[in-house]
Ligand binder design. Structure first.
Ligand code: MG
Ligand code: ZN
Length: 235
């Protein structure tokens, strides 16, 4: 049988092509000084709720927009648009993750070159988004207190592809007897040193620390010297 190796070859090429596009996106975002933050989680972990709250709280300080991926429906984009910022839906059809090419296409003619901050909400999926670089600066992996503390152990690859973990729906922690210590230990077991934020987009608990963290990342990017075009500085 030769179909297995051929499929593998096709998959390798798709990923390679994605990496090339993601690198081009990253260069473009660097040149524009746009900080790009993506969100990944299982369906229902609260990506859209957190994003809606985040956009509402940041829009006064930053030029911010959001791309949101789903298999079908524009529901999340409509919901996020309530924040008053520019939002665009990417409907992926049968594809269960976002790819760099979809991000590139969504940016075409959108008129968002002057952004400080762009959020990308991935399709709810803990598996294949791990393999697709979107050119983002920061990837947030989310898990809600209702999901079970062993999620990081079951999906180590997505935790390893991310930079920050966010435990959501903290307002429900007591009701579901969430074991915070176990969740934190499991995150550190798969990704030692990973920063973790515990928060509730609903109650607002823990939002300050998380927003301050994002603000520091945005400032670092906005004030960064574009090394690809600027002459070297001598100190
Ligand atoms: Mg959503
Ligand atoms: Zn997928």
């Amino acid at each position: 049988m030769t179909s297995e190796p051929r499929l593998l070859e096709v998959r390798k090429n798709v990923l390679k092509q994605n990496d090339i596009l993601a690198r081009a996106l990253r260069d473009r975002f660097r040149a524009q000084h746009t900080c790009v933050i993506s969100l990944v989680s299982s369906p229902g972990a609260g990506k859209t709720a957190l994003l809606e709250r985040t956009l509402t709280l940041l829009k006064g300080q930053y030029r911010v927009a959001a791309l949101v991926g789903d298999l079908a429906t524009e529901n999340d984009a409509l919901r996020l648009a309530r924040s008053g910022v520019s939002v665009k839906q990417i409907t992926t059809g049968a594809i269960c993750h976002l790819e760099a090419a979809m991000v590139e296409r969504a940016l075409e003619g959108w008129g968002v070159d002057e952004l400080d901050l762009l959020f990308i909400e991935n399709v709810g999926n803990m598996v294949c988004p791990a393999s697709y670089d979107l050119g983002e600066d920061l990837r947030l992996v989310m898990l809600s207190v209702t999901e079970g503390e062993d999620k990081p152990l079951k999906y180590p690859t997505i935790f390893n592809s991310a930079d920050v973990a966010i435990i959501t729906k903290c307002d429900l922690a007591a009701a579901v007897e969430f074991d915070e210590g176990a969740a934190l230990a499991n995150i550190q077991a798969v990704r030692p040193g990973m920063p973790v934020f515990l928060l509730s987009a609903k109650s607002g608990e823990g939002m300050d620390n998380y927003l301050q963290f994002l603000a520091r990342r945005v400032h670092r990017k906005c004030s960064a010297v574009d090394e690809s075009t600027s002459p070297a500085e001598v100190h």
